[in-house]
Design a protein around this ligand. Structure first.
Ligand code: DAH
Length: 360
């Protein structure tokens, strides 16, 4: 029956176009089902074969098989195209550009307080000072007694102390420790005594280190902080030497134009004692909240080594003199960068610390 032949021709033409136009593997599968499935279009034609006159059947059957093969191969071809297209696309999307530069690794850098301490080492090195370090856990004897701060001296109030109760534990107390009590050093001054016991005159040492105090923490106080101590012992040293040295150091750190002044101070281990100020870096000396409206900021304490301290260190005060100074690099770093809160130094907050990645 020529009707069936026409159906087959139509099917062949339209189906081939639809297979070729399918955009996805899933669409081709749907189409395969629609055309070649058991209740598909080709099967529908075949079911009508019984109504075709016997002599026409072989030709129509042959034509139907031709169309089946043709559709099968069109479907297989299209699937292959789509699959290799998908693969090409995937490969393109996963491609690695071997020539692209690598991502930079985030490198570490010095903490701004450490940078300042390194600068201090360098500056003092130029004046002939060598670094001499002492322990963070100290004895009462070295931290106080030998520095002319006896147990009942009111000056002890200046150094609220953390006492080590037993190995591995730190107990906060403000009373005197047990006989053999050890403490966390409240300043680096005990290293003066250790240097005098270890070295011969002339002594010129710089002793940087961590210190601890029983302090309530706020924007300008921490219970853990740094100091950099200096000690000179020689036969012919004077307060004038100390003044000249500290003025040069201030210029090296804060610039040639920095203003400086010395004020009388009090420390049990120096006589006379001085406080050393620089002109406020925030307001330039006019007075602002950062300098307590005075126009000045104190950066260190200093003085001529007390005769009792020299004697405790093994030097005859009739023959030797010395000067000493102690500064707070945390505070000096705050001044250098205009940082308003000391707690930032211990915060480990990268938004803060990475601002100092250049070192200075
Ligand atoms: N040790 C003192 C303190 O912690 C600082 C100090 C003052 C150190 C005068 C000195 C000095 O060497 O001579 O406050």
């Amino acid at each position: 029956m020529s009707d069936l032949r026409t159906d087959l021709d139509d099917l062949s033409a339209s189906a081939s176009a639809r297979v070729a136009g399918s955009e996805t593997v899933a669409a081709v599968d749907v189409l395969r089902h629609e055309l070649l499935g058991r209740s598909g279009r080709l099967a529908a034609v075949m079911r009508q074969l019984g109504s075709v006159p016997t002599e026409e059947r072989p030709a129509i059957g042959q034509r139907a098989n031709e169309v089946r093969r043709q559709l099968e191969s069109a479907i297989a071809k299209r699937l292959k195209e789509l699959e290799s297209g998908d693969l090409a696309e995937r490969l393109a999307s996963e491609a690695i550009d071997m020539s692209a530069p690598g991502r930079p690794l985030a490198g570490g850098h010095l903490h701004p307080v450490q940078t300042l301490m390194r600068d201090l080492r360098e500056i003092f090195h130029a004046f002939g000072f060598e670094v001499f370090e002492g322990p963070e856990i100290e004895t009462d004897e070295y931290n106080f007694e030998l520095l002319n701060i006896p147990a009942d001296h009111p000056a002890r109030d200046l150094w609220d102390t953390l006492f080590v109760a037993e190995p591995g534990s730190v107990e906060a107390r403000q009373s005197r420790p047990a006989e053999d009590g050890t403490i966390l050093r409240t300043h680096t001054s005990p290293v003066q005594m250790r240097a005098m016991h270890a070295l011969e005159a002339p002594i010129r040492v710089l002793t940087p280190g961590r210190c601890f105090r029983y302090e309530a923490v706020d924007a300008s106080h921490a219970f853990e902080f740094f100091q950099v101590e200096g000690l000179v012992v020689d036969r012919d040293t004077s307060l004038a030497d100390l003044k000249g040295l500290l003025e040069e150091v201030a210029r090296a750190l804060y610039g040639r134009d920095v203003r400086t002044r010395f004020r009388p101070g009090y420390y049990p281990f120096t006589e006379p004692s001085v406080a050393f100020d620089i002109g406020c870096l925030v307001c330039g000396g006019e007075g602002c909240p950062a300098c307590g409206r005075s126009g000045w900021m104190t950066i260190l304490g200093a003085g001529m080594v007390h005769p009792i301290v020299l004697r405790n260190g093994g030097f005859d005060p009739a023959e030797y003199q010395g000067y000493a100074f102690g500064m707070g690099p945390d505070r000096m770093t705050m001044l250098r960068h205009g940082i308003g809160d000391i707690r930032l130094f211990f915060s480990a907050d990268q938004r803060f610390t990475t601002q100092f990645a250049e070192g200075r």
